[in-house]
Design a protein around this ligand. Sequence first.
Ligand code: APR
Length: 237
Amino acid sequence: MKVFVLTGAGISAESGLGTFRDPGGLWRRFDPMRLATPEAFADEPEEVHAFYNLRRQGVREAAPNAAHAALARLEAGLAASGGRLFLCTQNVDDLHERAGSRAVIHMHGELMRARCTACGAGRPWAEDLSVDTACPACGRRGGMRPDVVWFGEVPRHLEAIAAALDESDLFVAIGTSGAVYPAAGFVARAREAGIPTHEINLAPSDTAGLFTEATYGPATQAVPACVDDLLREVSGE
Ligand code: APR
């Protein structure tokens, strides 16, 4: 069995990382147009660095939760039965990797990496960034940025994601509001391919009507249960 799982901020909520559109969410408190666009970075780089330094600190202090761990189990279990998990996340944290997932598609980039706008070199980066940070590759200061996809920039790995969706037998969305495209459109593509679609979320998302199955509740409870069911199914129990 090949399973495509799309995760959003909700899977990391119980690890203490904020979501974006829930009450108290990041975009309820901050203006994304002033902090998450290339123009904002050009105009106010220190303000953008301060925002992402705070988020990076939150990721350093967070731990993966039972939902992240369950998806790592699902990846291993599907591989052992000749199947495959395609794990695509909108999140920029590294909690999937720290929970043991080995193949993670970061369509919105990775907060724990930095990239130089002068030479393009990217690398793991867990510390603060500032306009004085020198690029380790080219030495230029002022060009190091979080290696995340900002509004107005193109999400990554879209061809690989489309190919993975087209060869999957099941589509599962976890902890996403279905508010941001192209990710919010993946369920429609799965429906067109005629495969079952399952939404796991705290509350119905904007695309809830497109799912053939839904489980509403905290990801740390719903995801392990769903993974157990899937692994029983593939092992023929
Ligand atoms: N368990 C399961 N779902 C949860 C939990 C939880 N404990 N807590 C919150 N949720 C759900 C909410 O109900 C909501 O539908 O997670 C979803 C989070 O939605 P958003 O805050 O919109 O986050 P997301 O869907 O990941 O946003 C997509 O928007 O701003 C961009 O790049 C950003 O990747 C992000 C994208």
